[in-house]
Design a protein around this ligand. Structure first.
Ligand SMILES: [Zn+2]
Ligand SMILES: [Zn+2]
Length: 226
């Protein structure tokens, strides 16, 4: 006599059944059970000036769509469930499909991305006016070589848009200070540094003077390489 295990829903023979009370095959299991709880819409709070993402009240140095989505969707992660994200655009709206995998079970969930454009606490000091960025590069590593790479990357960014440029670089306190014309170029330099060096990044601002009776501030980004 032969004894086989089968799925009571689809009748297929199967090696393994899943579930607490009602046990189903890996294809039928996701019909009754969600591997992940993904809401219909997921909001991304982005600073419209520096492009950073807010997560749990903290502004993260995440600028690319890929980094921002993975930081945001991390919040929905569940132990033993692997997540893969895909996105598509439709009528100026953006959607993400979350593929979920748990052993041989797979499922997918679609959600719409909503952007909330805000100003972070650092950028709101500037009231949206023109300002410059100072980047302080510090750390133990071969800073001179990295400083040259910053200059090369800055030149590439300037080639794409002349508004974005590095106006000055100075050696200071065991490191380098770079001065950039826009947040955009500073962001691209940070992305480059993050991809290679996993730095610690802190933001602040400093008062650099007064113009037409208004205090003028400058964004300061401190980058420490491990
Ligand atoms: Zn089944
Ligand atoms: Zn900002």
């Amino acid at each position: 006599m032969e004894l086989t295990k089968f799925c009571p829903r689809c009748g297929k023979e199967t090696e393994k059944l899943y579930g607490e009370e009602k046990k189903l095959c890996p294809e039928c299991y996701p019909e009754d059970n969600d591997l992940l709880q993904i809401p219909d819409t997921v909001e991304l709070d982005i600073c419209e000036v520096c492009g950073r993402l807010r997560k749990h009240g903290e502004w993260l140095e995440e600028y690319t769509l890929e980094d921002q989505l993975s930081a945001r969707f991390e919040e929905f992660s569940v132990e033993d469930v692997r997540m893969e994200l895909q996105y598509w655009e439709e009528d100026d709206r953006m959607f993400v499909r979350v593929h979920a995998f748990k052993s041989e079970i797979k499922d997918e969930y679609d959600t719409e991305i909503r952007y909330n454009k805000e100003q972070c606490n650092t950028c709101s000091r500037f009231e949206g006016g023109f300002f410059k960025v100072k980047m302080q590069l510090r750390g133990e590593k071969d800073l001179e070589r990295i400083s040259n790479r910053v200059a090369d990357t800055a030149a590439e960014v300037t080639n794409e848009d002349r508004k974005d440029f590095m106006s000055n670089v100075e050696e200071a306190d065991g490191g380098y200070n770079f001065f950039f014309s826009t947040e955009k170029i500073a962001r691209e330099i940070l992305d480059m540094l993050k991809a290679k060096h996993n730095p610690e990044v802190k933001r602040s601002y400093e008062l650099i003077g007064e113009e037409d009776g208004q205090e003028v501030y400058r964004n300061v980004i401190s980058v420490r390489l491990g």
